[in-house]
Ligand binder design. Structure first.
Ligand code: LRH
Ligand code: MN
Ligand code: MN
Length: 388
């Protein structure tokens, strides 16, 4: 199977947003390993993200996390990004690292704490107004560890109320995307554990409120592509946080742990109209690179998404529809597997070269000397704010 011109045209517009925090040091609760050359400022994170785009032409924007990427002058930050060939993208709020949020943020029983968390989201919307960002991404660490610790029903009501106040401030060209996660840091219940809860909360808000699906935030064995199909059917799939997992919220390189799952997800994205110039579904990475180098880790990630998108685009939909119509179980499955097993890498490398890019972006980056330069220039890089 070869990647034809029509497929290449569809790949041309693919854009995968990079998370600024992927470039910072991160780790587990056991150890955060420092990596030479780690960015010390939001500007240095953006400069590193721009490298990924330079070698792949796949990642034209960078997501910010507030307050990790807080700066005085967002116009200047936006201009800095443009100078490096990228844009500022989604703004992620953060109500999970301050002591005041120990027992919740938007769901907290104390109205003062809730208001503080709401105000933080207002601040994020102010940032979006300056950066021109479309999406406010809300992920909450809210939840409880023990049965009885909180009134789980009351917390839903307070969440709805807080989200409505935030949504009120979301501009006409902006969206609120609500991310779900079934556990961690809370272990008995989380307040937005699954797509259904996120869907019901955002549906109550309005058209510009959508669900964010983080691929690492599901119980083992969950059929994620079904969730994709359902949310697209309902018109509520706002964005993806791509990563991969072996056990829990591992935040490993997308497509590394289970390439077939990524293929199945992307097939449903395409099938459901979530891919291409007319789609509003945002593709983002949400990863940490604990032991591997960060820029090559991100290059590998966007290439994985591109390769798997190409394979998903290779599915012979006509033949598949016929096989399904005839209840040809094995025939239908073989059509999917043929596309999955197609090695699209040589075709994509040749295509990259035809567009003036290096056929092998990993190699080209390694040969560029950038890693050596930042390792020599930067001392005392920042932690991603995560997992220490
Ligand atoms: C939570 C999460 C969420 C945060 C990011 C740092 O697990 O996936 O998207 O914003 O990690
Ligand atoms: Mn996420
Ligand atoms: Mn996560």
């Amino acid at each position: 199977m070869t990647v034809n011109a029509e497929t290449l045209l569809l790949l041309e517009s693919q854009a995968i947003e990079l998370p600024s925090w992927a470039f910072g040091n991160s780790g587990t609760r056991f150890k955060v390993f420092g990596t030479p050359g780690t960015p010390r400022t939001p500007q240095e994170k953006i400069a590193d993200a721009a490298q990924v785009n330079q070698y792949t032409a796949l990642s034209p924007s960078v997501a910010l996390h507030i307050p990790w990427d807080k700066v005085e002058d967002y116009d200047a930050l936006g201009a800095f990004a443009e100078d490096h060939g990228v844009k500022l993208g989604t703004v992620n709020s953060n109500t999970f690292q301050d002591d005041v949020y120990k027992f919740g943020s938007l769901t907290h029983i104390d109205p003062k704490v809730r208001q503080r968390a709401i105000d933080h989201h207002f601040e994020c919307i102010d940032v979006m107004d300056q950066t021109g960002s479309r999406d406010l991404k809300v992920w909450l660490a809210d939840g409880t560890n023990y049965p009885g610790q909180g009134d789980i029903r009351g917390r839903q009501d307070r969440l709805a109320d807080s989200l409505a106040k935030i949504y009120d401030r979301v501009g006409a060209n902006q969206r609120l995307v609500l991310e779900y996660k079934f556990f961690e840091p809370a272990f008995y219940h989380t307040d937005v554990p699954d797509w259904g809860t996120s869907y019901s909360q955002v549906s109550a808000l309005g058209d510009r409120a959508m669900v964010c699906l983080d691929t690492g935030h599901h119980a083992p064995g969950t059929n994620i592509e079904f969730i994709v199909a359902q949310l697209l059917r309902l018109g509520k799939l706002g964005s993806f946080d791509f990563n991969s997992r072996f056990y829990a919220d591992d935040d490993l390189i997308v497509g590394a742990a289970d390439p077939f799952q990524l293929f199945r997800i992307l097939y449903e994205v395409i099938r459901g109209g979530g891919y291409g110039p007319d789609s509003t579904v945002a593709f983002m990475l949400d990863q940490c690179h604990n032991v591997e180098e960060k820029i090559p880790g991100q290059i590998r990630s966007v290439l994985n998404v591109q390769e798997m998108t190409a394979r998903a685009l290779l599915v012979d939909n006509e033949a598949l529809a016929t096989a399904q119509m005839n209840s040809d179980v094995l025939g239908a499955n073989a059509i999917m597997m043929d596309a999955f097993y197609a090695d699209v890498r040589p075709d994509l490398a040749a295509w990259r070269e035809s567009r003036g890019l290096a056929g092998d972006p990993m190699k080209a980056y390694a040969a560029s000397g950038y890693q050596e330069k930042i390792s020599a220039d930067r001392v005392g890089g920042t932690q991603a704010g995560w997992g220490a």
